[in-house]
Ligand binder design. Structure first.
Ligand SMILES: CC(C)(COP(=O)(O)OP(=O)(O)OC[C@H]1O[C@@H](n2cnc3c(N)ncnc32)[C@H](O)[C@@H]1OP(=O)(O)O)[C@@H](O)C(=O)NCCC(=O)NCCS
Length: 196
């Protein structure tokens, strides 16, 4: 098994280009089947998301220097499209509990060849380590397998909703913080992340 490690992801340069390539490869497959989505995500990060409060991004890099996974997030706030759409879909008390002091896990992708080795889990653990918000929230398509990973890491389904009429259904999921890394891989094991 090849080794890999988790490192901070800059928003420019070769690591960033590699991360967008990984994102494109992961989302080119079903149920997404959207090979152009990487271009949209690159633009959103560069032009908008990197400037949001609490923006953090990490990537997984193989021992040959290839980017094999990526994630990023930021603190959610009223006025942001995703925050407002989810707030409108939740009961007011649930919206207050889960969104009033929330860190949003915005994107997560692992190259298809590198999936099922614990990289997605390690990326989430790196992203959420030390995050000071009360909750972490995200949305994931109900027909993808990603929700299994999130459930295993302590996320619960807050609601199921569509972000566009006729669009795919999504689970909105959340978990309290701090992230205690219940099932996060331990550094030093074969194929596991080295300490960063
Ligand atoms: C979702 C995604 C990021 C998960 O990445 P990953 O690196 O495969 O995640 P992990 O390896 O940590 O966990 C995946 C499974 O592998 C298992 N696993 C982890 N380490 C393992 C190992 N060493 N050997 C065998 N299986 C392992 C986990 O138990 C987990 O099972 P589960 O999904 O039933 O909980 C990846 O599948 C992906 O990029 N999918 C397409 C894009 C996507 O859906 N992104 C999320 C959008 S919200």
């Amino acid at each position: 098994m090849s080794a890999w490690r988790i490192v901070p992801l800059p928003t420019h340069g070769p690591l960033f280009a590699g991360a967008i390539d990984v994102y494109s490869a992961a989302f080119a497959l079903p149920p997404y089947s959207d090979p152009d989505r990487g271009d949209e995500v690159r633009e959103r990060i560069v032009e908008i998301h990197q400037y949001r409060e609490g923006f953090r991004a990490f990537c997984a890099v193989s021992d040959t220097g290839e980017v094999v996974g990526m994630t990023y997030g930021y603190r959610g706030a009223p006025g942001q499209w995703w925050h407002d759409a989810v707030a409108a879909a939740l009961e007011p008390a649930a919206a207050e509990r889960w969104l009033s002091d929330a860190y949003e896990l915005v994107e997560l992708a692992v190259h298809p060849v590198w999936q099922n080795r614990g990289i997605g889990t390690a990326l989430i653990a790196a992203l959420l380590e030390g995050v000071r918000q009360a909750t972490c929230v995200l949305s994931t398509r109900s027909d993808s397998r990603a929700h299994r990973l999130y459930r295993r890491l302590g996320f619960q389904v807050l609601t199921e909703m569509r972000f566009a009429p006729g669009g795919a259904p999504f689970y909105v999921m959340g978990r309290p913080l701090p992230f205690d890394a219940v099932a996060a891989p331990q550094p030093g094991e074969e194929g596991r992340p080295a300490p960063v």
